[in-house]
Design a protein around this ligand. Structure first.
Ligand code: ADP
Length: 428
């Protein structure tokens, strides 16, 4: 590039403990650290190197001691803020750090004292939960820990596509542009972007994920001492609140960080007061957090799916594959037609089993849906198994009984068991 068109490069000088908040527009923004030190959500910027932030990204560059930045490109908005909750946030990190050190120093045979902090971040939508989770993970990783990131937010997950709950170790500060590198995330597919579609199934999957992590932690004192950071959904009322309590229990959470919600904080303090090993801490919401309306949320879900197949900057080349109907077994969990009363034992009432596996006929209804590929070896293992990845159905040929789908790679799927929910995508 390097033509003479477009806006000139621009320098921004930041005083200590200030942040520069940016909403990238429809074109990428290049930015670099010219002098001083600065970080993006807990990850330090490398000196001098130009980074390209993708369109529509909303982020902040924070400096503890002062910095000068240089930008190339236009932004939707940008401004400097000198009031941030970063000091409180880093103080939380310091407390967690102390607990990790204590856990590491303790005898590994004692499951309680060798367990590092299990932190859950809660609060309404757009309170900065994902961002705080990310900072806590990156600061911990910078100090050499490998904390486990658990994301229970099926609406706007940070680990994989929407509709999933997932976990992955974070071994390095999270890249401001690329996000978390995914070796082998542990993913369960719920298949919908709101838990209300099947609350019981959501709970079952949360429990499955927690059990798997518990098993992994038993075998790794390193992972145990580093602990977890759990990001949650913004649904905090009614059933949403019940789900938070269930997750606190399932993951044996020891620290609950409540962002910007007095009421939720006092409710949690009250209900957890009999558990002396659980701390509930209220934190201020950052003024930089950007609210997203339902339409933007929908768009960002769609980008996440696109990113899964194509990468952030179109660096992946997904494959279009064709399979015969008979090679695949598609299941839906819960719902579906119930057994007729006549088929039940006398006196039994037909109940909708939320975790019942319902075989799904392959037909046009699957078009444009995103399906998960289960690791299950048998159909009855589907709920307890995590998923290998996803496919996107692009064509159904009924006469030839062939299904065409997009997958990250060519070749056979790792399993014939596929899970379908209501997650759709329209390729743009
Ligand atoms: P939640 O997880 O509670 O829904 P997020 O952490 O995803 O909220 O924050 C919402 C949006 O605001 C995200 O796009 C995030 O990158 C942005 N954001 C968060 N904190 C800041 C900040 N200090 N400056 C600029 N943007 C921010």
């Amino acid at each position: 590039g390097g033509g003479n068109q477009g806006p000139p490069k621009r320098q921004v000088k930041l005083e200590k403990e200030c942040e520069f908040r940016i909403e990238v527009g429809e074109t990428p923004l290049r930015l670099r650290l010219v002098s001083g030190t600065a970080e993006v959500f807990g990850t330090e910027l490398p000196p001098e190197i130009w980074l390209t932030f993708h369109p529509r990204l909303k982020f902040a560059v924070f400096t503890w001691y002062g910095a000068t930045l240089e930008m190339d490109g236009t932004t939707e908005t940008d401004y400097t803020a000198d009031e941030t909750p970063m000091i409180t946030y880093v103080n939380v990190h310091a407390v967690l750090e102390g607990r990790r050190k204590r856990a590491k120093a303790s005898s590994t045979t004692n499951p309680d004292s060798s367990q590092g902090p299990r932190v859950m971040v809660v609060g309404p939508t757009d309170s900065g939960k994902s961002t705080l989770s990310r900072m806590l993970l990156s600061w911990a990783a910078k100090q050499g820990w490998k904390p486990t990131f658990v994301d229970l937010d099926i609406g706007q997950g940070a680990i994989t596509i929407p509709g999933c709950i997932a976990a992955t170790p974070v071994e390095m500060p999270i890249d401001p542009v690329e996000g978390i590198p995914l070796e082998m995330p542990l993913v369960h597919y719920f298949g919908h972007t709101t838990p209300s579609v099947n609350v019981e199934l959501y709970k079952v999957l949360v429990k499955e994920l927690s059990l798997t992590l518990e098993r992994q932690f038993t075998g790794s004192s390193e992972a145990r001492a580093a602990g977890m950071v759990i990001n949650t959904m913004g649904w905090i009322e009614g059933v949403g609140y019940e789900l938070l309590l269930q997750a606190i229990d399932a993951f044996s959470v020891t620290v609950v960080l409540v962002i910007g919600q007095e009421k939720l904080c006092s409710m949690l303090k009250d209900v957890l007061k009999n558990k002396p090993n659980v701390d509930v801490v209220k934190l201020q919401k950052s003024g930089g957090v950007v609210s997203r309306n339902p339409k933007l949320r929908q768009k960002s879900r769609s980008y996440k799916i696109r990113e899964y197949f194509y990468g952030i900057g179109n660096e992946f080349a997904p494959h279009s594959n064709i399979a015969s109907f008979s090679d695949l077994s598609v299941y839906r969990v819960g719902g579906g037609p119930q057994a007729p009363r006549s088929a039940l034992p006398i006196g039994a009432e037909p109940t909708a089993d939320p975790t019942r596996l319902v075989p799904v006929n392959i037909n046009h209804d699957l078009l444009h849906l995103v399906l998960a590929i289960s690791f299950a070896k048998e159909a009855d293992e589907i709920i307890s198994s995590n998923v290998a990845g996803f496919i996107y159905v692009t064509d159904i040929d009924i006469p030839r009984k062939k299904i065409t789908y997009l997958a990250p790679a060519a070749g056979d799927l790792p399993s014939k068991f596929l899970i379908v929910g209501s997650l759709t995508w329209v390729e743009t």
